[in-house]
Design a protein around this ligand. Sequence first.
Ligand SMILES: Nc1nc2c(c(=O)[nH]1)N[C@H]1C(S)=C(S)[C@@H](COP(=O)(O)O)O[C@H]1N2
Ligand SMILES: [Mo]
Length: 333
Amino acid sequence: MLNNPSRQYWNDKGITPESHYLNRRQFIRQVAAASGAGIAGIATAQHLSAELSDKDKMYHIPYHPLSEKLYPAKRNTAYKVDRKLTPKDEVFTYNNFYEFSLDKDPHKYVEPFKPFPWELEVTGMCGKPKKWDIDELLTAFPLEERVYRFRCVETWAMTVPWTGFPLKLLIEKCEPDAKAKYVRFVSFNRPEQAVGQRDTSVYSWPYYEGVHLEEAMHPLAFVATGLYGKQLPKQSGAPLRMVFPWKYGYKGPKSVVKIELTDERPHTFWNDAMSAEYGYFSNVDPGKPHPRWSQSTERLLVTGQRVPTRLYNGYEDQLEGLHKTVYKQGNVH
Ligand SMILES: Nc1nc2c(c(=O)[nH]1)N[C@H]1C(S)=C(S)[C@@H](COP(=O)(O)O)O[C@H]1N2
Ligand SMILES: [Mo]
């Protein structure tokens, strides 16, 4: 399926010329028929009626035939935040994604990036390694929406509704070995589609991250595939990115192609680049200043309002298990 030339219709902007419309409907039926229960009954023609709006295209929300069925997903009200959602215009246009830009404006450079088709390899110390086609992955676990706090190490912060599923579900599927202690993530490496990977030779691409297995199995650890009730925009890490809401934002790699179970603590992109500034655990802590700035307050996107930073980004109460295990020897920063 990966090499199916019909994928050309899943183009960048969601533009499908009229003349391709019928072909695409036929193609979708074939995909549905060929892929069995997961997709059959979902990608039917009726869901293809609406194209992406101009605004969706402006936001670089990639077209995918399953999106209309998958989004918006039902909100899981167990996960809510006591402050307002950040307006999506800001969330979609103020980003860190160094593969495209160093200047908070990766949305200006993501046009050539193709998040579909996509493959995610889950591998390493596990009984059932697997290469997931994105279509199968998107329908393998029930998607839900969760409102989370988000805190970048640079002090800007936002409140956003992610759509996705707990990382735990995906990891359980691969049946980790008893010896596996860590989970390593690798983002895509496509210099031909990502100008930052061509020009920014100071960084060693691809982006890579890692957490303890217990952290990855924590109920808060989330694989996001959507944002604001739609497929993730490219600049937000389409087609999937990790979210660890109690850690600084850089612990959540975007556009991930590989998840590896390992018994060695993974190196991480920012820790390797500047270990004095970016730790391995990177749990949000107002009491631990960054060498170049205080972490005691955070700046809410759009309003610019400064509010106190919360320990573990406000998730301390939910991390009880981790306090007793991974974090117990002061392994926090
Ligand atoms: N592959 C990749 N993932 C990444 C980054 C990046 O540059 N490349 N930046 C990180 C940082 S520093 C932050 S704060 C968040 C930003 O996510 P957002 O742009 O969706 O807010 O993505 C993280 N994940
Ligand atoms: Mo960040």
